[in-house]
Design a protein around this ligand. Structure first.
Ligand code: PEP
Ligand code: MN
Length: 348
C-alpha cells in the first residue's frame, strides 16, 4: 500500500501517519521528494484496512497495488501520463521526436546536428556530455564543457535538452543544465543514481537495461518515483539476444506491455537498438506502428568522423525520409507528431 501526501502536508501529519501505522503492527517507509512525499506501507493489508488513512491530515491518495512497483503501476493510475520536458509533451497522444548527436564533440558539430534535428521535426535535442563507454580508452565525453555547449545550442535553436548522467555525484550539475536527465542502459540498476535523479526535480528518461526484464525496468522506475518524481519516460533501446547481425534486438513488444503495466510514456531508441544507419528508419516506422510515444535518434553532420556511434547516425538524406515518416505515420495511429514541418530544401 502506498500513501501519497499532499504538497501542503506538514511533518507532524507525516509523523502522525507513521506512528498510526506502527501502532497497527506495520512499517512505514517515508520518501521525501522535491514535489511530494510518499509513504510505503509494509505489513498485512488487513492491519491497515481498519485505519482511516484517507481521512488523515495531509493525505492526498491511498493506493492498494498488487504489483511490486506501485507508483508507476497503471493499476491505480488508469490514465496514461504525459511528461512535459521544457514545455514539450511526451505521451500519450503525440509521437515526440528527440534527435541529436550521440555525443557532444564541438560547438559546431552540436549546433549542426541540432539544426538537422530541428529541420527533421525534432522538438527535443539529445546529446551526451558524459558518455558511458564500454572501453576506458574510448572518448568519455566533454563533461561540463559539453553541458555548456548544449546550453548555447539550446539558446540558439530553442530545443530543450535531454542529456545523460552516469554518476550520482554529477546529478545536481547535469540537472542545472538539462531539461531532461537520461539514465542509460548500463545504469538502469544503479540504485544510488536512480534515487539521485529522483530527487533532482527534472524529468527523467530511463532506458531499459540491455539484460533487464520489463518488471526490473519498472522497478527501476519505481526507485525514481519513490523519491517524489513521477516525470519519467521509459525508453526501449534493444536487448541482448543471441543475434549478432544487429547491435541489440529491438523488443517492440516491450512498448505495449510496458504501457499496459505502467502509466508512464514509452519511447523507442531505433539508433542504439540496431546500431546501423540502414535500420533506423524501418525501426522508427515499427516504433510508431506499435504505439510508442516517441523516438530518440542519433544524427551527426559528419558521421565518418564521429567520436561515438557514427555508424548509426543519420545524415541529411535519411533525415528527409525521417521527416516524412513523422508527418505521415503518427496520424495513422491517431496521434500527432510534434512539430511536423514541411521539408524545405535549405532545411533538410
Ligand atoms: C545513448 O543514448 O547515448 C546511450 C549511451 O544509449 P544506451 O544507454 O541505450 O546504450
Ligand atoms: Mn550512442
Amino acid at each position: 500500500m502506498v500513501i501519497v501526501m499532499a504538497p501542503e502536508a506538514t511533518n507532524s501529519d507525516i509523523e502522525a501517519l507513521v506512528s498510526l501505522v506502527g501502532a497497527a503492527g506495520g512499517e512505514a517507509f517515508v520518501s521525501r521528494g522535491v514535489r511530494r512525499t510518499v509513504i510505503g506501507l509494509i505489513g498485512d493489508l488487513t492491519q491497515f484496512s481498519a485505519l482511516n488513512l484517507r481521512g488523515m491530515n495531509g493525505v492526498a491518495d491511498v493506493m492498494r497495488v498488487s504489483t511490486p512497483y506501485k507508483l508507476v503501476s497503471r493499476e491505480n493510475h488508469p490514465d496514461r501520463s504525459s511528461v512535459s520536458v521544457g514545455g514539450v509533451l511526451i505521451g500519450p497522444d503525440t509521437v515526440t521526436l528527440i534527435a541529436g548527436p550521440c555525443a557532444v564533440e564541438t560547438p559546431e558539430q552540436t549546433l549542426d546536428a541540432a539544426v538537422m534535428a530541428k529541420a527533421a521535426g525534432a522538438s527535443l535535442l539529445r546529446g551526451g556530455a558524459y558518455k558511458p563507454r564500454t572501453s576506458p580508452y574510448a572518448f568519455q565525453g566533454l563533461g561540463e564543457a559539453g553541458l555548456r555547449i548544449l546550453d548555447e545550442v539550446r539558446a540558439e535553436t530553442g530545443l530543450p535538452i535531454v542529456t545523460e548522467v552516469v554518476d550520482a555525484h554529477d546529478v545536481d550539475l547535469v540537472a542545472s543544465y538539462a531539461d531532461m536527465l537520461q539514465v542509460g542502459t548500463r545504469n538502469m540498476q544503479n540504485f544510488a543514481l536512480l534515487q539521485a535523479v529522483g530527487s533532482a526535480g527534472k524529468p527523467v528518461m530511463l532506458k531499459r537495461g540491455m539484460n533487464a526484464t520489463i518488471e526490473e525496468w519498472l522497478m527501476a522506475a519505481e526507485y525514481i518515483a519513490q523519491r517524489g518524481n513521477l516525470d519519467i519516460v521509459l525508453c526501449e533501446r534493444g536487448i541482448r539476444t543471441f543475434e549478432t547481425a544487429t547491435r541489440n534486438t529491438l523488443d517492440v513488444s516491450a512498448v505495449p506491455v510496458a504501457q499496459r503495466l505502467s502509466h508512464l510514456p514509452v519511447i523507442i531508441d531505433p539508433s542504439h537498438s540496431g546500431g546501423r544507419r540502414d535500420l533506423v528508419l524501418p525501426l522508427t516506422r515499427s516504433a510508431i506502428a506499435v504505439g510508442a510515444d516517441g523516438v530518440i535518434i542519433d544524427v551527426h553532420p559528419h558521421p565518418e568522423t564521429a567520436l561515438c556511434d557514427g555508424p548509426q547516425a543519420l545524415v541529411d538524406g535519411d533525415l528527409r525520409e525521417l521527416a516524412r515518416i513523422m508527418r505521415q505515420f503518427p496520424p495513422l495511429m491517431g496521434r500527432t507528431a510534434t512539430p511536423t514541418p514541411e521539408p524545405t530544401p535549405a532545411a533538410v
